[in-house]
Design a protein around this ligand. Sequence first.
Ligand code: ZN
Length: 130
Amino acid sequence: MKSDRLEGRLAQEFRTIGHMMQIYCKGQCGDVSREQGLCQGCRELLAYAEQKLDRCPYGDTKPTCAKCPIHCYKPEPKEQIRQVMRYAGPRMLLRHPVEAIRHLLDERRPVPEKPPMRANRRRSRPANGS
Ligand SMILES: [Zn+2]
């Protein structure tokens, strides 16, 4: 699971999300046809996640999505991703321990005050609350 447009931390996060979605899809989506371990619905969700990462105003200083103060997902995919994380999170430790641990360490990093300025990037609108 590799993105051809993300780099550094964002690419790493994308890989982790891809792995989590493969675990989720295999366990939860039933007997459907898959490409790269993902059914169509999961591929669409992953493409959505890639697009959001690509536009993340934090870029390489991005905190993990769970801690990010910018809520860039729409409610529906946000809920889907939340379920993926809940299902696949604990299972990641068995399947991809290095990635899982790296992600857990990232969770402990402080969230940067605010995103560095990035030219030519559309600003994500911070949603209120939640
Ligand atoms: Zn699926």
